[in-house]
Design a protein around this ligand. Structure first.
Ligand code: NI
Length: 324
């Protein structure tokens, strides 16, 4: 059992490193300053580099993708984005001016976009919408059936194509709750985004997906409603590391372990034991369950697939350990 004990212990140690994440806020200290970076029109030639750099910075963003761009040479990127915890969202199938369509035309374009993104992402999720050109009307809001996301800071990155001009514009204007509009199809915009992240992190800003921004601000994003920012005053709790305990299941007649997993702020816990990414699995209904011996247990906690998630706890389970 030594190895198992050591692993459980390390899971507890991982947990204990993070308690200040929530207590700082609970203690009424400096309030959280949250910002959502959003990237339209991709995936494109600079998206992969952006993803590498976001990974390196531990930052999650939102991608409003053009459906047809997810079917070609960049078709592997949406799955990678999803796995990294970024939010995937719709920007129509071919960057159409949706308000020029009938309701039926809007619906077929949006459905086609959702199918394309789902195919590329490897699962059907709820994709919020940003209409191209920001063109919306009541018919579109109603037809979309999801929250519609506009923006509160637009540095005109597509026009200036200059990373310094664009990053300066955002850094000088950015405030808590903002949604920033950028495009990952321009190299200068990707460079600007990295400057923005590095500078605003120094000023205490935290970068989150749009879904997570709404959740952390205590605001419910309604379907068919458009939002340009989320500045609610209430800050919902952050996701903590899950607590996991594993013990041999007695009298089961076969090798099995009992697993108890929970997150102290009440976030749903996701578990897999078949090698799959737990973040992409349906959440477990219960936090107590048994797993067969000889598997790799993977556990994360997250409020939403598009929200912040805890880092992963991995525990190797071996039937031979049960005999010791
Ligand atoms: Ni666009």
């Amino acid at each position: 059992m030594k190895r198992l004990t050591a692993l459980i212990l390390s899971a507890l140690i991982i947990f204990s490193i993070f308690p200040e994440a929530v207590s700082a806020n609970d203690a009424g200290e400096e309030p959280d300053k949250l910002i959502a970076l959003t990237f339209d029109d991709g995936p494109g030639a600079y998206t992969e580099h952006l993803l590498d750099e976001l990974d390196a910075r531990g930052v999650r963003v939102t991608f409003f993708m053009v459906g047809r761009n997810t079917t070609g040479i960049f078709k592997d990127l949406p799955a990678r984005e999803l796995k990294a915890g970024h939010q995937l969202a719709s920007h129509s199938y071919k960057h159409a001016w949706l308000t020029r369509y009938s309701a039926g035309g809007m619906k077929s374009d949006l459905d086609k976009t959702v199918s394309a993104i789902s195919e590329a992402a490897g699962g059907r999720y709820k994709y919020w919408l940003r209409p191209p050109y920001g063109a919306k009307n009541n018919t579109l809001l109603k037809t979309a059936g999801v929250p519609v996301v506009m923006w509160s800071v637009d540095p005109y990155d597509w026009k200036y194509r200059d990373s310094e001009v664009v990053s300066d514009a955002v850094i000088s204007k950015a405030k808590d709750g903002d949604i920033i509009l950028l495009h990952d199809i321009h190299q200068t915009s990707v460079e600007a985004a990295l400057i923005i992240i590095d500078e605003l992190q120094k000023k205490g800003f935290e970068f989150v997906t749009v879904t997570e921004l709404a959740r952390r601000k205590g605001q419910k994003a309604e379907d068919g409603t458009s939002y340009s920012f989320f500045r609610g005053e209430t800050i919902a709790p952050r996701v903590m590391e899950p607590l996991v305990s594993v013990s041999p299941l007695p009298g089961s007649g076969s090798y099995a372990y009992r697993v108890i997993a929970s997150e102290q702020n009440g976030a749903p816990v996701y578990v897999s034991c078949d090698g799959s990414d737990p973040g992409l699995c349906p959440k477990t209904g219960a936090v107590k369950f048994s797993v067969p011996a000889d598997c790799v247990l993977r556990v994360i906690a997250a409020y939403d697939v598009n929200g912040d998630r805890s880092s992963e706890i991995r525990i190797d389970l071996h039937s031979e350990d049960m005999l010791k």
